[in-house]
Write a protein that binds this ligand. Sequence first.
Ligand code: V47
Ligand code: SF4
Length: 375
Amino acid sequence: MSTTRIKGLLKFDTISADLKIIAQKVLDQIRISEQEGNLLFQKAELPFLGTLANHIREKRHGDTTYFNRNFHIEPTNICIYTCKFCSYVRKPGDEGAWEYSPEDILDKVRAYDGKPITEVHIVGGVHPKRDLHYYGSIIKKIKEIRPDLHVKAFTAVELEFMINKAKLSIEEGLKVLKEYGLDSIPGGGAEIFSPEIREVICDEKASTDNWLTIHETAHKLGIPSNATILYGHSEKYKHRIDHLIRLRELQDKTGGFNTFIPLKYRSQNNSMSGLGEVSSIEDLRNYAISRIMLDNFDHIKAYWPMIGKETTQLSLSYGVDDIDGTIDDSTKIYSMAGGEDQTPQMSTEMLVALVKKVKRKPVERDTVYNVIKEY
Ligand code: V47
Ligand code: SF4
């Protein structure tokens, strides 16, 4: 069916020859080049992109749409850095600054006793006083309370700081954290890899090379991870493509990325607010081009607390096959930046209904995409 749609596109006179070459490559499963990626961003209309991305999505996953039962813990919003897009960061003593004690964090885990949750996602600010043994001991205790819970924790930015503070190499630090019980690494902190933009929006934190090295090292140690992009602010299309190409190259080397998560810049309460936000059409184009370019990533995830439930439903026809999880009102990163939902939480029933409404098949997964239940 989706093959017929692409073949139909190839007959349209209104579609330019260079775009038809890309469509044919998608049909033939040939990798799209950086130059062609740029062309897609500059020239391709949403229906064309959707046809290509949906073909790839359905070839890989059919109608299956993954979600999981997860919650977040954000140990602190105190951070030594001041990224310009961040609405959440505070300095010690500022109004609105928080830091949970290890016991507070463990209580949050205990609150799920007897509930069928499978993943805790732990990310927060880079606190000046906390090193990897502090956080590692918390992970160890979480595992004692809940051995079955997958701990997906700390962006490469947090990892770089806590490992340096403990005076270890990246490899040593990651090994230590793995021994404490770290199961995987979330995709945050990637922002935009191109130094031109990175230096303007987040010049202090982990460099592009360090972000990539941390993920590469993790993959070598058998720790899978995710990858993100922060798009829709000051970057140009060529920066988005550069970002995707760098991730694709690393994935060729390691195969350790589970999923790619485009994160739309939300503009409230931060120092880039004047830039505003891109449209939902741009969100869908971005998902579709990500799906087309990342031929070695199994999954593309729409993070529903950030783009809202309706765009999430639409995204399932633009390359997305994963919608993250239940969340349970446990994250503030997006609500503080103007995300669609001030108290993001969805029951399993709501997630299932959201997916079924757009005629896709909901499948509950664990963090590494083992199927738990088909609905
Ligand atoms: O790195 C911060 C982003 C990220 C804003 O791996 C913002 O499954 C938009 O990485 N507008 C952290 N984005 C969150 C993250 C994540 C989220 C969901 C799932 C996974 C996963 C990872 O949040 C940061 C930054 O890129 N962010 N501020 C903002 N104003
Ligand atoms: Fe700190 Fe992360 Fe916010 Fe940057 S995005 S200021 S590293 S909490």
